[in-house]
Design a protein around this ligand. Structure first.
Ligand code: MSP
Length: 642
């Protein structure tokens, strides 16, 4: 059997909708998965959602849902985005899957019995956002060193994993395996940390009195497991029930792709857990950088959050995928802006690649009909360049150097564009004597395009899948690239299909138009779209139900003596009542008579300027304007408003 290749993304929290950062990691994993499939390796590409823990519990509470309900809805949003972005994951794990829960419990039991876990009293600084404890030394002026939010001092009994036991082994392992943590800057960071600090033991539980939304410990039902212990084990549990063959053949993981913010959990917690379990460590953990937008950290308050659904709708999945991996070397931070993505699309995809395809197809059709011309001579330089890219891609993608892989491919794009300019097929076409030469040149161009479709397919699968089909009639994803990337693979005399324009240029005005057409979220989605943008003071429907709002007809109104603001109003609301309302500066008493207004009917009576008010009239006010709430159709009095 061919080498197996197992790539993962982090499992994403279901406390909000997908983000461009999530899209980034997942496309990165997809490029590797697609390339390795072409290389004939058996691939398992895993992504999914992290559904337990305080964050999700909190988000669900904010929108008045059960955590599982919120997870069900948001998990669909992630799946939907992966379809839109052409993600070819083999499995999607949810940490609420019963099989995962059982595996986590089994593993914890095993570690407990092995003496790797113990119960201790603990007091420490806890960051709710990152769901982890920090030591006194680690916190920065009372804030979490990672997210900078305030931490709180918590004392409680908890279960601990003896992570400290593995410090030396981990240091040795990192030293002996130079590509275990990449990029190198992150490797140095982790090594520096391990060499200069004593590794603490890891708190892996939460008392149920504080957090219930987790996996109950198999050896103590008053506790649930801490989010990272549950979450990290997804990489293992998925191989047991979601992967084909289901066996250890998938172990160890080839690449864990993560953002730089979660490198410690992956490069320290996770390997030590695996050491305790006597399991092989991942071959590589790669931490990518962060995307900012318009030069700033993305945040709702700056209004600069890039919505992945929006950009896919606007630019297309291929263009977004290409931009993310062309714009910045994987590992560094990048900045998203409309100008940057438009420039990339126009220069690389529309000009370099799109025009090359377009010019070549148009000329072949014009000079040879829809038939691939014959090749009478091979250009050794072009052949070597085309065939040589495969090795460069393999080497660079092994260390997730996507931009270098793209650089190598682009050499061929540039070469072919120049090839057209140098050989000027349109001049050769004028002279019948140059027919053979023209035929070879056009064959070489078409064959060059076939190579490009193979190499670029992992990055821009839709366009390159079409290009490959038009040239060969076949499906690129079925190809074995090692045999396909040999010069001369394109069949002369075979018929090809026209492709049309692959990447039209984008003008800024197009963007506005397309953005306007982004699908409206469904009512259901809208409700969960961003729990974190909702106010903190939400009430549930029962609390609202306590307020009795009723329609009331104004029978009489007069000024309250000694006040310019207050009016005494008599209303009919199933019974007669008097209400004192502070609307005297906006309404004259006589204006009110006969109006149907809305009142709070079950408010405790209160005296205003000595006059009892038996309710409250509803009004909306802004600056100097005030308007009473009335009804916009005939309706009785004393009718419940809800
Ligand atoms: N649930 C944990 C991961 C558990 S893995 C066993 C988690 N989830 S997350 O949804 O908060 O984040 C997932 C990934 O998104 C992280 O790798 C993070 O770096 C990435 N990004 C979130 N915002 C980002 C940017 N602005 N830019 C790039 N990636 C960022 O952490």
């Amino acid at each position: 059997m061919e080498e197996s290749f197992y790539v993962t993304t982090p499992i994403y929290y279901v406390n909000g909708v997908p983000h461009i950062g999530h899209a980034y990691t997942t496309v990165g994993a997809d490029v590797l998965a697609r390339f390795n499939r072409l290389m004939g390796r058996t691939v398992f590409f895993l992504t999914g959602t992290d559904e337990h823990g305080q964050k999700v519990e909190e988000a669900a509470r904010k929108v008045g849902r059960q955590p599982k309900e919120l997870a069900d809805l948001l998990c669909e949003k992630f799946k939907d985005l992966w379809v839109k972005l052409n993600i070819s994951n083999d499995a999607f794990i949810r940490t609420t899957d019963l099989q995962h829960v059982q595996i986590v419990r089994d593993i914890m039991q095993r570690l407990y019995e092995k003496g790797e876990i113990e119960k201790r009293k603990y007091s420490g600084w806890y960051c709710t956002h990152d769901e982890r404890f920090w030591t006194e030394k680690e916190i920065v002026e009372g804030n979490c060193p990672e997210c900078r939010r305030p931490v709180e001092q918590i004392e409680e009994e908890n279960y601990f994993f003896f992570m400290s036991r593995y410090q030396d082994r981990l240091i040795d392992y990192i030293k002996n395996n130079p590509t275990f943590i990449l990029p190198e800057s992150r490797r140095n960071e982790i090594l520096g940390f391990l060499n200069n600090n004593r590794l603490e033991d890891l708190c892996i539980s939460r008392p149920k009195s504080r957090v219930t939304w987790g996996i109950t410990l198999p050896f103590d039902e008053n506790f649930v497991t801490y989010v990272w212990f549950d979450a990290l084990l997804n990489y293992y549990s998925a191989t047991k029930y979601l992967a084909a063959d289901g066996e250890e053949s998938w172990w160890p993981v080839t690449h864990h792709i993560v953002g730089k913010d979660i490198i410690t959990t992956h490069a320290v917690f996770w390997p030590t857990m695996l050491m305790a379990l006597d399991m092989p460590l991942p071959r590589n953990i790669f931490a990518h950088g962060w995307w900012t937008s318009g030069g700033r950290k993305m945040s709702k308050s700056f209004g600069n959050v890039v919505d992945p659904f929006d950009i896919v709708q606007t630019y297309g999945a291929d263009a977004v995928r290409y931009f993310l991996f062309r714009e910045v070397p994987f590992g560094l931070d990048g900045d998203f802006s409309v100008d940057a993505i438009t420039a990339r699309i126009n220069s690389s995809l529309a000009n370099d690649l799109g025009n090359l395809v377009n010019r070549t197809f148009t000329m072949v059709k014009k000079y040879f009909g829809l038939v691939i011309p014959k090749s009478f001579s091979v250009e050794p330089e072009l052949k070597a360049l085309s065939e040589g890219i495969l090795e460069k891609m393999d080497v660079n993608l092994k260390v997730l150097s996507y931009h270098r892989a793209l650089d190598a491919i682009w050499e061929l794009v540039t070469y072919l564009n120049k090839y057209i300019d140098v050989h000027k097929p349109w001049s050769l076409a004028k002279d019948e004597q140059d027919r053979e030469k023209l035929s070879s040149i056009m064959y070489n161009l078409m064959e060059g395009l076939r190579f490009l479709s193979l190499y670029l397919y992992p990055f821009i699968p839709d366009a390159m899948g079409r290009l490959y089909s038009c040239l060969t009639g076949g499906e690129v994803w079925l190809v074995s690239i090692k045999s396909a990337a040999k010069w001369g693979g394109l069949n002369s005399d075979s018929v090809f299909s026209e492709i049309g324009q692959l990447f039209p240029r984008i003008e800024k005005t197009d963007i506005k138009e397309k953005r306007g057409k982004v699908e409206e979220p469904s009512k259901e989605q809208e409700n969960v779209i961003s729990p974190d943008s909702l106010p903190d003071n939400l009430i549930d429907i029962e609390e609202f139900g306590k307020v009795e709002l009723k329609t009331a007809k104004v029978l009489f109104a007069e000024k309250v003596k000694g006040s310019s603001k207050l009016l005494r109003i008599e209303v009919e609301c199933g019974q007669k009542r008097q209400i004192v309302a502070g609307i005297g500066k906006h309404y004259k008493p006589e204006e009110l008579i006969g109006k149907t207004v809305v009142i709070v009917a079950n408010l405790k009576p209160a005296k205003l300027m000595g006059v009892e008010s038996q309710g409250m009239v509803l009004a909306a006010s802004e600056a100097d304007t005030l308007t009473l709430l009335t009804v916009d159709r005939e309706i009785g009095h004393g009718v419940r408003v809800k």
